[in-house]
Design a protein around this ligand. Structure first.
Ligand SMILES: [Zn+2]
Length: 103
């Protein structure tokens, strides 16, 4: 099930085409490095909070660009991301809109 839409055209920053599973950005693409940084930060958060299975944080600029996350068809734009720990080194991110947190 998908609760959010995804971009289908080329990356607006590096011009990479969408392929199976997502984009393969240029190594210097700010979207790619930003999404990687968010993933690294999530991993660090769970290392620092071993008893937690999930947390909610604001969506990053890069994630918003990469996934064009909206809640449902025509719904509000995601403002936050709920990050779930599924297992060792395995996480899932769910777009979330918190009222009053932005458009
Ligand atoms: Zn790119």
């Amino acid at each position: 099930m998908s609760a959010f839409g995804t971009l289908t055209g080329p990356c607006p920053d590096c011009g990479a085409a969408r392929a199976d599973g997502g984009y393969v950005h240029a190594g210097t693409c700010p979207i790619s490095t930003g999404v990687d940084a968010a993933s690294d930060a999530d991993r660090e958060w769970f290392l620092a909070h071993p008893g937690q299975d999930q947390y909610v944080r604001p969506i990053t600029w890069a994630e918003a660009r990469e996934y064009d996350w909206t809640i449902g068809d025509g719904g509000p734009t995601a403002t936050h991301v709920r990050v779930l720990r599924l297992g060792p080194g395995l996480r899932s991110r769910i777009a979330t809109h918190l009222p009053g947190a932005g458009s």
